[in-house]
Design a protein. Structure first.
Length: 202
């Protein structure tokens, strides 16, 4: 029996709210309320993505756009699926959205002790510019403030060169963001390569 391991990235919808809340309860000490999630998904100036596998929601992340800056509001992955590239795929999708919307910078806060998340953000070129003491009221933990290089500069070429993790599929909307700057998924690169030698993949 062949197991479908494809992960689809798509824009979040209101129907995803309960699945997101269920995931967040496993990840965050203080999950967002239903009302806040509905706002983040439906209000203009926001982009919220979900990662699905076989109809199960396994990750999500969002940005809010303020002038020429995109601020990452949240990103979370099912604990059992962490370390499998899902967070990277979500973050890349959010960066693609930010670039498509004309943003020049991507910013975020991250718990100072969240070494795995910090390592992911550093791979995307985000660098610390400050500390917010006691920012997370649930644990009184400090937040590191991270900022990306200018999306309008050479840094965009670095993002362009990134590929989505293998077996990632994109919704038509995300595909249009990708096509606007020429990024391709690993699967698409493999398909293109195989087609050049006269082979076909399923």
């Amino acid at each position: 029996m062949v197991v479908d391991r494809r992960v689809e990235l798509r824009r979040a919808e209101i129907r995803d709210v309960q699945g997101i809340r269920s995931l967040d309860r496993k990840v965050y000490p203080t999950p967002w309320s239903e009302k806040l999630l509905v706002r983040e998904i439906s209000k203009p100036g926001r982009v919220h993505l979900v990662a699905e596998q076989r109809f199960a929601l396994i990750g999500h992340g969002g940005i809010v756009v303020l002038d020429d800056e995109a601020h990452v509001t949240t990103i979370a992955v099912e604990p059992a699926r962490q370390g499998q590239g899902i967070g990277s795929g979500l973050l890349l999708g959010l960066f693609r959205a930010a670039a498509t919307l004309g943003c020049r910078l991507v910013t975020l806060e991250v718990r100072a002790g969240n070494t795995a998340a910090i390592a992911l953000y550093r791979r995307f070129g985000l660098a610390p510019v400050g500390v917010r003491r006691g920012y997370y009221s649930d644990t009184n933990e400090d937040a590191l403030v991270l900022v990306s290089p200018d999306l309008a500069g050479d840094y965009l070429d670095r993002i362009d060169a990134m590929a989505y993790p293998t077996a990632t599929t994109l919704s038509p909307e995300l595909q249009s963001w990708q096509n606007s700057v020429g990024v391709e998924t690993v699967a698409e690169a493999e398909l293109r390569s195989s087609s050049q030698v006269g082979e076909r993949t399923a």
